[in-house]
Design a protein around this ligand. Structure first.
Ligand code: ZN
Length: 126
C-alpha cells in the first residue's frame, strides 16, 4: 500500500517536472509579453497533455472484484429466473457504466468467470 503510494507520488512529481519545459517554451517563444497570459497559455497546453497522464497515474488498482447481485433476473445464458450475478469491477475490468448489464445465475456466472481465468487476456474481451 505504502509502496504503491510512493510509486504514484514519484510518478506525479516526475510528471510535474515535465510541465516545466512547456512553461519555459511558451514563455520564451510565444509572442505575448504578459507573463501571466503566457503562463496561462502554457498551463492550458499542459492541461491538455497532462490530464491523460494524470489519469493513468491515478487510475485505481482494485484488489478485489465488485459484483452486482439482483433478485428475479433471467439468466442470459440458461434462461432461469433466479438471483443474478454480474461482475462489475475487477483489476482491469470496469463495467460500472454498462448500459445493458447481463446477469447470470450462480452456476452460469461461475462457469463464465472460470472460463475467463483460463484465457491469458480475458479482461480485454469482457
Ligand atoms: Zn444460468
Amino acid at each position: 500500500m505504502v509502496k504503491n503510494f510512493l510509486i504514484k507520488y514519484g510518478l506525479y512529481i516526475f510528471r510535474w517536472q515535465l510541465s516545466t519545459p512547456i512553461l519555459a517554451i511558451v514563455i520564451s517563444l510565444f509572442p505575448v509579453k504578459n507573463e501571466w497570459l503566457s503562463a496561462t497559455i502554457a498551463n492550458f497546453i499542459g492541461a491538455l497533455i497532462f490530464f491523460w497522464i494524470d489519469k493513468i497515474i491515478f487510475k485505481p488498482k482494485y484488489n478485489y472484484d465488485l459484483w452486482s447481485i439482483k433478485e428475479n433476473i433471467k439468466c442470459v445464458d440458461c434462461g432461469n429466473i433466479c438471483r443474478g450475478y454480474r461482475l462489475v469491477l475487477s483489476d482491469k475490468y470496469n463495467k460500472i457504466n454498462d448500459p445493458q448489464p447481463e446477469f447470470r445465475c450462480e452456476a452460469c456466472s461461475q462457469h463464465k468467470r472460470n472460463s475467463f481465468g483460463q484465457r491469458k487476456h480475458y479482461r480485454r474481451f469482457l
